[in-house]
Design a protein around this ligand. Structure first.
Ligand code: HEC
Ligand code: HEC
Length: 329
């Protein structure tokens, strides 16, 4: 009996020791990464202009990294561009606390001390300047396909933002998310070349990718993975502390807007929001406020929206009826 208890005790001890080693391994583990590039990005006027276009109207960086008002389609608060602001927490069903960071050049609370290479690595490869993982709500998985030229333009533009102080709430992820996030970042293997802009389908696919449309429009399973076969099919419920909204099906199925719309009608949906600002946007129709970044995307050129339209018309049609506004009368 005594020997038996000793053996059981030993086994328990070994299991506890292995578990402890496992947990400390996971706590210390750094995500896969490569050193950030040491190159300084030359801030030419063309580059800054391209960066502004991408940050504000295509890649939607300010959508998460700014404060918003509650008017229709959530216009940005003027003067707070890039300061961060969106917070994911228990109130909206997030297991922990996660805040969009301050992207302004403030030296204490923003990107002032980051090198150009560190910023580029963060938004395409998913690690911060200390090599710690960023949580993939920050859509680096989409931005990794962004060309080096476009990524450099984004950094050049971010450097021109007005420095603003804002200390974001501390990040805290519940177990096991805090461990899982470390396995997601993947370093880029080499240079990313620019897509061929003369081919609208290819360029449309590229813009759809760096616009992260599928991040919201492809429904996810309970582990946050896109559901195969449902690319762009919508039905993903998004919650804010103020309202909820369900993403639309933007596959060209005949039952959807995307299936029926002409290119002009498609572009028109965006243009309808073009003059919305914090001052001018009307209140949202009852139960119909939205997280669809209509206002930001309305600043895209006809050519670029048209290329996205051409591309979305080629994705697999999925029969998935969606009511985007379950709380509307
Ligand atoms: C869907 C929301 C969202 C969008 C869109 C988004 N971000 Fe983020 N970003 C986040 C969140 C959330 C974090 C914090 C992640 C963390 O702490 O793990 C973050 C962190 C970062 C960081 C790290 C900063 C730091 O202090 O740690 C950088 C740099 C960054 N984002 C740049 C960008 C750029 C550039 C774009 C556009 C190309 C962009 N982000 C678009 C949500 C977003
Ligand atoms: C932050 C989440 C989010 C992102 C990113 C996003 N959308 Fe949406 N989108 C929504 C939601 C939610 C709706 C439904 C509510 C509405 O119509 O305003 C929607 C609706 C739409 C509609 C209207 C479809 C219909 O049937 O009425 C189109 C078109 C659309 N999105 C296209 C796009 C494109 C193109 C992109 C990328 C450039 C994109 N969306 C990125 C959340 C998003």
């Amino acid at each position: 009996m005594k020997t038996f208890l000793k053996v059981v005790g030993l086994v328990v001890l070994v299991i506890v020791a292995l578990a402890a080693i496992g947990v400390s391994y996971l706590s210390l583990k750094k995500p896969a990464q490569r050193p950030a590039s040491a190159d300084k990005i030359e801030a030419t006027p063309e580059r800054i202009a391209r960066g502004e276009y991408l940050v504000r109207h295509v890649s939607l960086c300010l959508d998460c990294h700014s404060e918003h008002t509650m008017a229709y389609a959530l216009p940005m608060k003027p003067g707070r561009e890039g300061v961060g602001g969106f917070v994911w927490n228990q109130q909206i069903g997030f297991p922990g606390v996660l805040a969009a960071a301050n992207l302004t050049p403030d030296t204490d609370t923003g990107l002032g001390k980051w090198t150009d290479g560190e910023i580029m690595r963060a938004f395409r490869e998913g690690v911060d300047r200390d090599g710690k993982a960023l949580f993939p709500i920050m859509p680096y998985g989409h931005y990794r396909e962004m060309s080096d030229d476009d990524a450099m333009a984004i950094v050049a533009y971010l450097r021109t933002l007005k420095p603003l102080r804002y200390e974001k709430p501390a990040k805290k992820l519940d177990v096991p998310l805090n461990f899982i996030e470390k396995f997601i970042p993947q370093p880029l293997a080499g240079p990313v070349t620019s897509p061929d802009r003369s081919d609208p389908l290819k360029y449309g696919k590229y813009l759809t990718q760096i616009g992260a449309c599928s991040e919201c429009h492809t429904p996810q399973d309970d582990k946050g993975r896109p559901i195969p076969g449902k690319e762009f099919a919508g039905g993903f419920e998004m919650k804010t502390p103020w309202f909820r909204v369900v993403t639309a099906n933007i596959t060209p199925h005949p039952s959807t807007f995307m299936g029926r719309a002409t290119k002009a009608e498609f572009i028109g949906r965006f243009r309808a929001f073009a003059n919305f600002t914090a001052e001018t946007a009307p209140p949202a129709p009852k139960g119909k406020n939205t997280l669809m970044p209509w206002i930001e995307l309305s600043g895209m050129t006809d050519e670029d929206l048209g290329a996205i339209y051409d591309y979305l018309k080629t994705v697999k049609p999925v029969d998935n009826p969606v009511n985007s506004f379950p709380d509307a009368k």
